[in-house]
Design a protein. Structure first.
Length: 262
């Protein structure tokens, strides 16, 4: 019996994100095995799968926080190849690439000694050399967009988890990234705070931001994502339109995984 999963990779003219033949291992442990991924501009891809399947490593390879061992990663116009015969990216290229891919983590990592406003203004001023007045105006607009117009002068210690995470999203957006990556952005939140963060993510999606989200919020993935990718043990097992994968998964492994949520 042929047990090789059939992966249907969509034909996308010029995907905003393209990952090809991506490989990564930590020591002996192979964490990503020949991952191929295309994300159309303005679309949302949800990455689901059991803990340890390589979802975070894949996201970190997309913004090159983790250096792949092989394959190619492209976001927008910037493309890098890894492995035998490839030149490692230069530090400046890497820095530019990372600012173009906003990332939001499970833990907010806000600067504790800066207000919400200060957190959002920081990188545009120091990295982008934006004039302070302009950075401030942009930060105020972004904080209003995530529903925190009344919290701009608060320090992180005085914000709830959901508010902190919304500041973290505003901070990532301040770099005007072409794509946004979310790694379990709501997993550390108390249940009653999850909705306000998902609401901001949904709004971004509806405005046309290209997004890859790792999430355990299956209902949210079904609602907001265009496509869902199910990973296990460093391999893409199944990929398809969100509702098809979630409502009628084809692969037994996907069925078993989703079974835990029903
Ligand atoms: P997921 O996000 O799906 O839970 P991860 O990408 O975090 O999975 O991890 C995949 C595997 O890689 C796990 O076995 C994890 O322990 C291992 N791993 C992740 N990062 C590192 C690292 N920096 N060094 C060694 N092993 C790692
Ligand atoms: Mg993870």
């Amino acid at each position: 019996m042929d047990t090789t999963p059939k992966i249907e990779t969509p034909e996308i003219e010029t995907p905003k994100i393209e990952v090809a033949a991506l490989r990564k291992q930590f020591g002996e442990l192979v964490v990503l095995k020949d991952i191929n991924l295309k994300v159309a501009a303005g679309s949302v891809v949800a990455l689901i799968g059991p803990s340890g399947s390589g979802k975070s490593t894949l996201l970190r390879c997309i913004n090159l926080l983790v250096t792949p061992d092989g394959g190619r990663v492209r976001v927008g116009e910037d493309s890098f190849a890894f492995g035998v015969g490839s030149k490692p990216p230069r530090t400046r290229e890497l820095a530019r690439f990372r600012t173009n891919t906003g990332m939001v983590f499970q833990h907010f990592n806000l600067f504790p000694h800066m207000t919400a406003l200060g957190n959002v203004m920081e990188a545009p001023i120091t990295v982008r050399k934006k004039p302070k007045a302009q950075a401030r105006e942009q930060a105020l607009a972004l904080l209003a967009k995530v529903g925190l117009a009344d919290k701009v002068d608060e320090y992180p210690s005085r914000l709830s988890g959901g508010q902190k995470q919304r500041v973290a999203i505003a901070r990532a957006l301040a770099m005007e990234p072409e794509v946004m990556l979310f790694d379990e952005a709501t997993s550390a939140l108390d249940p009653e705070l999850v909705g306000e963060v998902l609401g901001v993510m949904q709004k971004l999606a509806s405005e046309g931001m290209t997004m890859v989200i790792v999430t355990h919020e299956i209902a949210f993935a079904r609602e907001v994502a265009d496509r869902v990718i199910f990973m296990r043990d460093g391999v893409v097992i199944e990929e398809g339109p969100a509702r098809q994968v979630i409502d009628a998964p084809r692969e037994p492994a996907t069925q078993a995984f989703l079974g835990h949520f029903h």
